[in-house]
Design a protein around this ligand. Structure first.
Ligand code: ARG
Length: 462
């Protein structure tokens, strides 16, 4: 049996060691220690400010907490399992340092509002860090896009060659996904940045606390209006995990493309040695481990979102110990997202090279100019559906003859329809196909240049 725990004299005997281990969260919530200290300092200042404790006592608590922070940073404070959780660990150490006044820290507070406060402070910092990583990913996407406005790449639907596009346009699609991710995280931040401190265990407190005072010290925008809600709300965590999952969806899609592009079948990119690995048995292999890992790690973030939703769904108000289960999923998602964003950014910046010759060849060797033949006729008065059917037949006969559309002679074109003239060849060249898509948001070079400019402005305005 372990020695008696921190809680009340109500207990006759100590917790069974196995249960103590099962109950404890210190092994993972130690991550929150600095936030716990910061929040406790704000609480202590508030207690002094409102006269609940004396100014001198307030100072002692704040100074003692500073010392714990130093001890922790220097590796001198490493609480073990008997501390149960980070909140008890800090309080216990504080009392060792400052003596009996340390026991006043928990006046008008509960671990329930405390853990909610710490988690929000942690997430607030992490959200800003993830946003910074997203900006770096955006920057590298823009850099590659800027040098590849006129590099063409087959565009696909159903993973079948559809119409060629500018490589810059393709990469900008990911820039915009990242932009929404940034904005989404900005929205989540607003819901994270609400203070539950002072909600007490569930019902508020009998002491004349000032919740606005602690909120201000901790730079929270608002405070929870309802104490039951404040201590038991984890919407903010669900929302964060949702935004995190969407980021992973985007990274995973990009990963999948890089994996395809680096395959022998596509050969659109080559992976540099610094970001690829070999096989232990097949000497010829160079594997796209980075994007594969990013794609694979997506699963765990989705899992954490699912877990959080399930943790919450049956919980009666207010705090329930189930909520202790929120932390590991949040921590792991944060670590995963940061690692994936970093790896992906590095891969794009220095681990991957597009193969211009292969890309140029890829956009000329197929029928992805068929729509443009139909558009050519439609622009010359043939109803589009009629033109479409006509070109469908041409594609069929060309495939049978082992030809591409560019191989047809002018006579052949004119037999198909008299509206065809010598400019058909220009109209169906890959460059022209891309250039002609001038509609807003399309792949036309002028559009892409505009889009790049707008993206640069967006990034620098952030
Ligand atoms: N370690 C706990 C958690 O993470 C702290 C709150 C404990 N509250 C309680 N009433 N037992 O949720």
């Amino acid at each position: 049996m372990t020695e008696k725990q921190t809680w009340s004299q109500r207990f006759e005997s100590a917790l069974h060691p196995a249960i103590a281990r099962f109950n404890a969260s210190i092994s993972f919530d130690i991550k929150l220690i600095e936030y716990d200290i910061t929040a406790s300092q704000a609480h202590a200042q508030m207690l002094a400010h409102t006269g609940i404790i004396s100014p001198e006592e307030g100072k002692q608590l704040v100074t003692g907490l500073d010392q714990i922070r130093q001890e922790y940073r220097q590796g001198k404070f490493q609480p073990g399992i008997d501390a149960e959780d980070v909140h008890f660990a800090v309080e216990k150490r504080l009392t060792e340092i400052v003596g009996n006044v340390g026991k006043k820290l928990h006046t008008a507070r509960s671990r329930n509002d405390q853990v909610g406060t710490d988690t929000r402070l942690y997430l607030r910092d992490q959200i800003q860090q993830i946003r910074q990583h997203l900006r770096e990913l955006q920057a590298v996407l823009l850099d590659i896009a800027e040098t590849n406005i006129e590099t063409l790449i087959p565009g696909y639907t159903h993973l079948q060659r559809a119409q060629p596009v500018s490589l810059a346009h393709h990469l900008l699609a990911y820039f915009h996904m990242a932009q929404r991710d940034l904005e989404r995280l900005g929205d989540v931040y607003q819901r994270v940045n609400i203070s539950p401190l002072g909600c007490g265990a569930l019902a508020g407190t009998t002491f004349p606390i000032d919740r606005h005072y602690t909120a201000k010290l901790l730079h929270f925008d608002q405070i929870y209006a309802n104490s039951l809600d404040g201590v038991s709300d984890r919407d903010f965590a669900i929302e964060f995990l949702c935004a995190a999952s969407i980021i992973m969806v985007h990274l995973s899609r990009l990963s999948e493309e890089v994996i395809l592009w680096s395959s022998e079948e596509f050969r659109f990119v080559t992976l540099k040695d610094s970001c690829a690995t070999g096989s232990s048995i097949m000497p010829q292999k160079k594997n796209p481990d980075v994007p594969e890992l990013v794609r694979g790690k997506t699963g765990r973030v989705f899992g954490h979102l699912q877990a959080m939703l399930v943790i919450m769904k049956g919980l009666p108000l207010a705090y329930n110990k189930d909520l202790q289960e929120d932390k590991e999923g949040i921590f792991d998602s944060v670590n995963t997202i940061k690692a994936c964003l970093e790896a992906m950014t590095l891969l794009l910046r220095e681990g991957l090279e597009f193969c211009p010759q292969r890309l140029a060849q890829a956009v000329t060797e197929d029928f992805s100019n068929a729509t443009d033949v139909a558009d050519y006729l439609a622009a010359r008065g043939v109803p589009f559906r009629e033109a479409y059917n006509l070109v469908g037949k041409v594609v069929k006969t060309s495939i049978a003859a082992g030809k591409l559309l560019k191989d047809l002679t002018l006579e052949e074109w004119q037999q198909i329809h008299p509206a065809f003239a010598a400019d058909i060849y220009e109209a169906i060249s890959p460059y022209q196909i891309v250039a002609a898509r001038k509609s807003y948001g399309g792949t036309g070079f002028a559009q892409v240049r505009q889009a790049l400019l707008a993206a640069r402005t967006q990034i620098s305005a952030e």
